[in-house]
Ligand binder design. Structure first.
Ligand SMILES: NC(=O)c1ccc[n+]([C@@H]2O[C@H](COP(=O)([O-])OP(=O)(O)OC[C@H]3O[C@@H](n4cnc5c(N)ncnc54)[C@H](O)[C@@H]3O)[C@@H](O)[C@H]2O)c1
Length: 341
């Protein structure tokens, strides 16, 4: 079984090139969303604890691979020097059930979340979008910018976080790019001239990070932080003004911005699941005046795609350590000899 540590993943990304990895991930996601109906999937089981949530995300393609990710979200972790979100994951072959790969997935989560935002934004944002707004400049934020600038000609990135240190970090990490960085005093100021908005703040509560009054027509919003029960970021009245796409209705209705709606209203306001845009069954946007929302919660399919690509590249570049996390025996029925000799 191949083990991909943070260092091994970093080596894969640097050998392949960050931009190539992101472009390939967007493409792999596209291929996998097209195969949506062939996967066995379920809304993720979540266990809520004081200050956080622990989640397990399984999926099977019924042909080759099964994968799962373990992930948490503890928004107060940075106060004690820890990340809000960390994750690990596994890819297994389905013919024998044997694991193939066990990987770090904290960075892979940021990569796949950004690649999924880019995929959705490509179908939903106006083609002439030039100004990107980021609210919440924590761990996910730079990945979002680097993915979104691959699908639109972004000239200006306006950003705000309640933590000035997080804004300093964001500014420093993105200083060597073509787009202009504009540091803002609050979210409302950041929204001036916005075409695409990514909201990725972390609070284990229903908060109003974005007010309805601030949203102009024609804007596309990637709402990432409303991703578990009792955790949302948008003022509720924005939803009824917008064309909403979710990843997977059954999970999003429990965890997304739409969790606050009745099932009847959620069915009315949710225009599509992302696979329907990718398969071109439905349109992400009809005209330049619509407000579109990608109400993202993160689903197992996206982790499957990230693990599939990581496995292929790890094999191609011969990166990652083979370790016996499953027993190697001469006689498969003689398990005890692995420990008693
Ligand atoms: N949808 C998905 O697939 C997906 C995937 C990963 C993470 N997430 C979610 O994205 C969010 C961000 O994750 P992260 O890893 O970047 O967390 P993080 O803790 O590293 O960053 C969150 C940032 O939000 C800022 N913030 C909090 N409240 C704010 C407010 N009112 N206005 C402006 N800034 C505010 C914090 O200061 C912090 O810098 C989390 O809620 C997480 O659950 C979603």
């Amino acid at each position: 079984m191949k083990i991909i540590t943070v260092e091994a993943l970093s080596e894969i990304i640097n050998r392949h090139g960050f931009e190539n990895f992101m472009r390939d991930l967007i493409e792999v996601l596209k291929q996998d969303f097209i195969r949506w109906d062939s996967f066995t999937k379920m809304p993720r089981p979540a266990i809520h604890v004081d200050g956080g949530v622990l989640e397990l995300m399984p999926i099977c393609d019924n042909k080759q691979y099964y994968s799962f990710k373990y992930v948490n979200c503890h928004p107060k972790n940075p106060l004690i020097g820890l990340s809000t979100v960390v994750a690990t994951g596994q890819l297994s072959r389905i013919d024998t059930g044997y694991p193939l790969l066990f990987s770090e997935m904290t960075i892979l989560t940021a990569l796949r979340t950004a690649a999924t935002s880019a995929l959705a934004t490509d179908f939903m944002a106006r083609k002439d979008s030039r100004t990107l707004v980021i609210i919440g400049t924590g761990s996910q934020s730079e990945f979002q910018v680097l993915a979104l600038q691959l699908i639109r000609d972004i000239k200006e990135v306006r950003f705000f976080d309640i933590d000035t240190h997080a804004m300093d970090k964001f500014e420093k990490n993105l200083s060597n790019h073509q787009f202009k960085l504009v540091r803002c005093k609050n979210a409302e100021e950041a929204f001036e001239g916005a075409d695409i908005i990514t909201v990725c703040t972390a609070n284990k509560a229903q908060v109003v990070v974005i007010k309805n009054d601030w949203i102009a027509s024609g804007v596309h919003i990637n709402a990432l932080g409303g991703d578990t029960v009792g955790k949302t970021e948008l003022e509720l009245s924005i939803l009824s003004r917008s064309r909403i796409t979710v990843e997977y209705f059954d999970q999003s209705f429990i965890e997304g911005e739409i969790q606050r709606l009745t099932r009847k209203d959620a069915k009315k306001f949710v225009h599509a699941e992302l696979h329907e845009l990718v398969r071109e069954v439905k349109k992400g946007r009809e005209n330049k005046n619509e407000i579109t929302i990608f109400d993202s919660v993160g689903i197992a399919l996206e982790d499957y795609s990230a693990l599939r690509l990581t496995y292929e590249l790890a094999e191609e570049y011969d990166i990652g350590k083979e370790l016996n996390l499953t027993p190697v025996t001469q006689d498969p029925k003689d398990l005890i000899s692995c420990v008693l000799y």
